[in-house]
Each structure stands twice: as C-alpha cells, then as structure tokens.
Design a protein around this ligand. Structure first.
Ligand code: PMP
Length: 433
C-alpha cells in the first residue's frame, strides 16, 4: 500500500528530503492541474514541480513531442552532438529571447539542473572578465552546488558582495516601495563608483527579477533598469536567473522583459524542459571567451527534454500564455487582497503573473516600533496542511518560511483558479482558528 511506500521512503531517504515531509502524497497519475495519489485522492497542484510545469502535468503536446522522439529511433544520448531535436529547440528558444540578445546570442547547454546553469554562468563571466568577485542579493536562491550556494542569500563567501534586494514589505531600509528600491540602487552604485569603497568591479552581478524561494518578491522595473545602467557603466556582466520566472510565468515570456532590461547572460531551466531536466545559459557572444572544452558535462544533450521543451515554448508563445498569466494572476491577486482585508494574519499579498505569495504574520506580536508584524511560520505551515486536507498543494518560501507560494500552471482555467482560491480561503480560516 501507499503507506508502506511513504514509510520506506522516510526510512531510506536522507534527512535532507524536503517536499516529501510536508506533502505525504504518493502520486501515481497526473493531468494538467491535478495529481492523483495512490490513495485515490485528487489534489490541485499549485507547486507545479517548483514552477517547472508551465503547461501542467502531462500536457498532450508535451507527451506527443516525447513520443515522437521515442518512436523515431533517434538516439537518446548523444553528449553535446548536433541533432535535429537540438536544432529545433535552439531555434524555438532564440525566437523567445529579447531581440537584442537573440541577434547576438550564444547558448551553452548545461545540465541537467538549474544549479548547473548557474555554475556555468558564474564561470563564464569570470573567464570573460578575468575577475573573481561577484555581486549577489540578500534572499536570493540560485541552487545547491558550491558556486550557486555562494551567491544565494544566507551564504558567506569572501568573493561575493551581498547587496540589499528591494522589497516593499519588510523593506531593509524601513521605507518600502520605490524609495526603498532607490536606496538599494544607490548603495550598489556607491560601492562601484566610490574608489574608497573597498569594493572593486566584480566578474558579474547575478539577480532574479522576481525572487521565488526568497518569498515571491518582484523587483521594481525601475530598479532593474538602475542595475542595468550601473553594471553597464562598470562593464560588469549582468546575469539574470530566470530559472523560476521564465516561460511566461510572470506575465511576460521572460521576467526581465517587464523592465525592458537586456541582460548579458540569462540562466534558464525548469519550464524550458517541459517537465524533463534541461538547463542552459544564453549570453552575448562578446562574452564567449571559453576555450573549446572549457565547459563540459555528460548530460548536456537530453533529447527528450529538448523535444518536450520545444513543444512547451512553442505552445506558450502561440497561445499567448504569458498574457493569460498576467490577467489571471492579477485577478487572483485581487481576490487574495480581499482575504488580506478580512484576515489580519495575512500581512502581505504580492506577485507577478502566476507567481504569487501570501505572507502570514502574527499581528498580536507586533511591537510598537515594528513597521510590520513578525512573520508567522507555524501559521503558514498550518495553512499548508489545511490546504492539503482540502486537496490543494502549495509550497512555503521566504526568509522565515512564512510565505505561501502559488505557482499554478499557465493553463489554469478561470474555474480552476476559483477552486484553488476557494480552498485556500477555507484553509486560511481553518488554520486561523
Ligand atoms: N535559480 C532559481 C531562481 C531557482 O528558483 C532554482 C530552483 N528553485 C534554482 C536556480 C536551482 O535550480 P535546480 O533546483 O534545478 O538546481
């Protein structure tokens, strides 16, 4: 039975296992938004493989693309050799890039995970600039390998200068909004402009346009433009990590497009593989200072992932799912703001497109000088469990693990969005009691 499976997993898997702790489900079937467990229960999946499933589970165009490769007799493993499957993926991907980058882009297949592409990006800018240091942001998440960890929030690495990521709620400067973002930008500019700051130009700056794991924090567009002009002025490559924000999720195909910023390097994974493992970096050709073989890896050519990815990218583009994410996301935010008004424990509701966060707080524990109440991780955990009891899968994030994150597929229908929010509202009311 499925309980034996859960028991064996708990015994055999490492103490570091994550989702399986809070979501004791044994999925056996899935389609679109819905997962069915071995116990016969059905769940609405708003975790979507941590933002991977742009088209939901087992979308017909993805299955068809994978089957086509399987049935064609094409080799499934070819290292990084050229194939028609890779050629089609690269063409489709380049068609989605900001035109200024696409016109002059190189692609490095990394892989298979997002963190591998982050490593490649850091190595690329270090090679191209001959510098060592990096600029990264508080609360950032870039992965679990050594280099990616070093640029993630909470890490302590001598080569990384940590800069304040702008956020309206819990603003590090206590002012929030555009003013807080302005202070973050000014601090960054000062470090580079002031010869006595003790900070020299780094090999690159790595940033998320919306921090995902950090608690769904959308950076203001004006701030992204400031980062672009500051880095450009000092010839510092700007690396934008679109691993979670990419492929329409935030309401534009890539999240940097909101600001009009053209990065020097884009780090891509998750949704680009259409639910199979795939990770790449795309970058301005001027950075391509690598010697042949300077970056290798056995699994840089997953043919099935490329085929699934091509189908996903094309489907999102042809069906304008980024626009759909923008309108539906705004509608969902509106309803969540209604919940915020009715529930003092909802401290903040924020997001961009279908990347949504609800921060839970303890209003009674706020001190007289606190600009906002303290985060309430235990309540967030209770809301997650009440959601699960109502057949809704959500994940937590943020620095205090007090942000409930909604990452539904972009194919979400209006009716499904209503069902998700109905269940969430019930769960919130139950957890509050
Ligand atoms: N960058 C960002 C922005 C991410 O959200 C993640 C994964 N949550 C990663 C990098 C790392 O990707 P992976 O887990 O595939 O290594």
């Amino acid at each position: 039975g499925y309980e034996a499976i859960l028991r064996r997993q708990a015994q055999r898997e490492s103490a570091a296992r994550t989702y399986a702790r809070s979501l004791p489900i044994v999925p056996v079937r899935a389609r679109g938004l819905t997962i069915e467990g071995a116990d016969g229960r059905r769940y609405l999946d708003c975790l979507s493989g941590a933002g991977t499933l742009a088209l939901g589970h087992n979308h017909p165009v993805v299955l068809e693309a994978v089957r086509k490769v399987l049935d064609s007799g094409a080799p499934l493993h070819v290292l990084d050799l050229a194939t028609p499957v890779k050629d089609a993926f690269t063409s489709e991907l380049f068609a989605t890039l900001p035109p200024e980058l696409a016109a002059d882009a190189r692609i490095q297949f990394c892989g298979p995970a997002g963190t591998d592409a982050v490593e490649a990006a850091l190595k690329l800018v270090r090679t191209a600039t001959g510098r060592r240091g990096l600029f990264a942001f508080t609360g950032a998440y870039h992965g679990m390998t050594a280099g990616a960890l070093a640029v993630s929030g909470g890490a302590d690495d001598v080569s990384v200068t940590r800069l304040p990521y702008p956020q309206s709620y819990r603003c590090p400067y206590g002012v929030g909004g555009e003013r807080g973002a302005e202070l973050s930008a000014r601090w960054t500019a000062t470090l580079l402009d002031d010869p006595k700051s003790g900070v020299t130009a780094p090999a690159g700056m790595i940033v998320e346009a919306v921090q995902g794991e950090g608690g769904v924090l959308p950076a203001p567009d004006a701030w992204m433009r400031r980062m672009r002009s500051i880095t450009a002025r000092h010839s510092v490559p700007l690396v934008v990590d679109e691993v979670q924000t990419g492929v329409g999720r935030t309401g534009t195909f890539w999240a940097v497009e909101h600001s009009g910023v053209v990065p020097d390097v884009m780090v891509l994974s998750k949704a680009i593989g259409g639910s199979l493992p795939l990770a790449v970096i795309v970058y301005r050709s001027g950075l391509d200072a690598w010697e042949p073989g300077a970056h290798a890896g056995t699994f840089r050519g997953n043919q099935l992932a490329m085929a699934a990815g091509t189908a996903t990218l094309a489907y999102v583009r042809e069906n304008r799912l980024a626009d759909r994410a923008a309108t539906l996301g705004a509608r969902m935010l509106g309803r969540l703001q209604g919940l915020q008004a009715a529930h003092p424990c909802v401290g903040d509701v924020r997001g961009r497109g279908l990347m949504i966060g609800v921060e839970l707080v303890d209003p009674d524990a706020a001190g007289p000088d606190d600009p906002v109440p303290p985060a309430a991780p235990a309540l967030a955990r209770a809301v997650q469990q009440e959601c699960l009891a109502r057949g809704l899968i959500v994940e937590l994030g943020g620095r205090h693990s007090a942000v409930v994150r909604l990452l539904p597929p972009l194919t979400l229908t209006d009716e499904q969005a209503t069902a998700v929010l109905d269940r969430f509202a019930d769960a919130l009311a139950a957890a509050e009691r």
